[in-house]
Ligand binder design. Structure first.
Ligand code: FEO
Ligand code: CA
Ligand code: CA
Ligand code: CA
Length: 555
């Protein structure tokens, strides 16, 4: 277990046992092990690389390695049904297949935030008119879209389908279990929908991350609550409390009905990754993506539900999950009125009980071979961590409901490994890791990021001679990041979000990107389906079962 700061370069000299563990799937240390480098050199001499990795490009395109192609499934503004339109800044994706072949189904898409200059045309920093706020509020939240693969292998959106739905900043969403937050049992809208998860009972979990953008946030000074205004200024027209956002929201893909879970706490919720327990209950892992914030896990107390259970925060140094249950913690009783207040002010509660501040925990995936919980820790610039890493949590005895774990650095970003600021992950059907990165647009190609000129998608083999090596697969258009990678059941399609191309455009007349249409068009975030022989080849070896399958829908 690592003590204190998770410095990726502070790995001590490994023993032979640990080295052998790496060969199997242990801790990856790419740059500091002569023994490992020697091994890689030998491997390279006898085994050709799986493909020629892409060199990142500044071009205003979605560039892919040879052997892959993409179809655009949906772009911001595309008509879905009646007057519903596909939202902007698409992020997390989960595909619910409606047939065994995986060629027809419903795709859930998060719409995280927006660029007001592109959406409503207002100047940065200027408060919105009510009409502008309404226009913006309709572009966030999430979409449910019916998609199909043609016999020729092309994916497309089924326009007009009755399952096409939108959740946006106007959707009325109740709190699970009738919990009242700020005196209300229902919230208006869901926003900041970043990454997410899905459950064994066939629902989507969408994570409300940067909730402060929309209605601001509350701070406490001398015990008095004070409101800090939002970036978008919607509170000028709609008086919604910030406490109604920052939750995990569960959505039924068949009906679009939703509920907000207070049980998993309120913070910049990045994701909710589910690990089923043997008795039908589940564990949900989630991170608070802000500098020096924490990693959490929730253990449900009933099968098939996230409504009630216990939330824990990680003490990384001690390797312990610490309870945030009001009854268990006198210090919480001293500072808060009740459990609901602990959950609403989760960040403060987590620090009081000894949660470890981390370098922006982002997405979480569970290794389907080892059961290790991988957490991208994207960066912490004020602390000098520019490249981030992937943290590995190994639960004691491999049990999801264990309250003890071992933490280590799985792989570190940087010019040597070829990626920086890891964000979203997905495992393919051969158990290999796919990773997207999120270097902020203004930092790309500059200073510590001089070798990183665009955001990309990466493939990391988890076994074989190239195990642990990072291969770039895709490079995104100008000002974009690639996010939300999600595999179809057969592994032959990788759904991917191309998020916020042209985000730094000053106005609709001064655009930094015209992707995907080109020719001076306004840039539009889009969901693409990546297919091709390379994707098949990379998964042609031993099949690895996922932690659990996405349940089949009956449409
Ligand atoms: Fe929306 Fe933490 O990324
Ligand atoms: Ca993210
Ligand atoms: Ca991010
Ligand atoms: Ca991101």
């Amino acid at each position: 277990m690592l003590m204190g700061n998770l410095d990726p370069m502070s790995n001590e000299v490994r023993t032979r046992r640990e080295f052998l563990e790496f060969i199997g799937r242990g801790t990856l240390v790419v740059s500091s092990l002569p023994l490992l480098n020697a091994c890689e050199t030998v491997s390279k001499a006898v085994t050709p690389e799986p493909f020629k990795a892409l060199s990142p490009t500044k071009s205003d395109s979605l560039s892919l390695v040879n052997g892959l192609k993409y179809d655009i499934i949906a772009r911001w503004g595309d008509p879905l049904r009646a007057d519903l339109k596909f939202g902007t800044n698409n992020d997390y994706l989960v595909f619910f297949s409606a047939n065994e072949q995986g060629t027809d189904g419903i795709l859930w898409v998060n719409h995280e935030y927006l660029a007001p200059a592109l959406v409503s045309g207002r100047v940065k920093g200027k408060a919105p008119t009510k009409a502008q706020a309404i226009e913006e509020m309709k572009t966030v939240g999430g979409s449910l879209i019916r998609i199909r693969k043609s016999p020729e292998g092309q994916w497309s959106l089924v326009q007009g389908d009755k399952y096409n739905r939108r959740l946006d900043a106007f959707t009325e969403i109740p709190f699970a279990g009738g919990v009242a937050v700020e005196g209300k049992t229902t919230a208006m809208g869901t926003m900041g929908n970043c990454a997410g998860g899905f459950t064994p009972w066939g629902t989507v979990l969408t994570a409300e991350e940067n909730f402060q953008l929309f209605y601001g946030r509350s701070v406490f000074e001398d015990g008095k609550k004070k409101h800090i205004g939002s970036q978008y200024g919607w509170e000028k027209h709609f008086d919604n409390p910030p406490e109604h956002y920052g939750w995990i929201v569960e959505v039924d893909p068949m009906t679009g009905s939703a509920k907000k879970h207070t049980s998993i706490g309120r913070y910049a919720q990045e994701c909710a990754t589910i690990l089923p327990l043997e008795d039908g209950r589940v564990v949900a892992y989630s991170g608070d993506d802000a500098e020096n914030e924490c990693l959490y896990k929730f253990i449900a107390d009933k099968p098939g539900s996230l409504d009630t259970g216990t939330l824990y925060v990680a003490d990384i140094g001690a390797g312990k999950w610490i309870s945030l249950k009001y009854e268990d913690q006198p210090i919480l009783q001293k500072h808060f009125k009740n459990q609901v207040e602990v959950l609403v002010r989760c960040r403060e509660a987590a620090k009081l009980v000894g949660g470890t501040p981390l370098d922006r925990p982002e997405d979480i995936e569970i290794d389907p071979v080892t059961g290790a919980v991988l957490v991208t820790v994207t960066n912490n610039k004020p602390k000098g961590n520019f490249y981030g890493s992937i943290l590995k949590i190994e639960e004691k005895g491999g049990k999801g409901d264990s309250l003890e774990f071992k933490a280590s650095t799985f792989i570190s970003g940087g010019p040597d490994t070829g990626f920086a600021c890891p964000d979203n992950m997905a495992f393919d059907r051969a158990g290999n890791l796919w990773l997207t990165c999120d270097i902020s647009e203004e930092a790309l190609g500059k200073g510590p990021y001089s070798s990183f000129v665009s955001n990309g998608l990466f493939y990391i083999p988890m076994s074989g001679p190239h195990s642990g090596k990072v291969f770039q697969v895709a490079s995104g258009p100008v000002d974009s990041e690639l996010s939300g990678p999600f595999f179809s059941p057969d592994g032959e399609t990788l759904f991917l979000s191309v998020q916020h191309p042209g985000e730094n455009s000053k106005s609709r007349n001064e655009l930094t990107s015209n992707w995907p249409e080109g020719n001076g068009a306004i840039p539009r975030s889009s969901v693409v389906a990546i297919t091709g022989p390379l994707l098949k080849n990379l998964q042609s070896g031993t099949k690895v079962d996922p932690i659990f399958d996405v349940p089949l829908l009956k449409l």
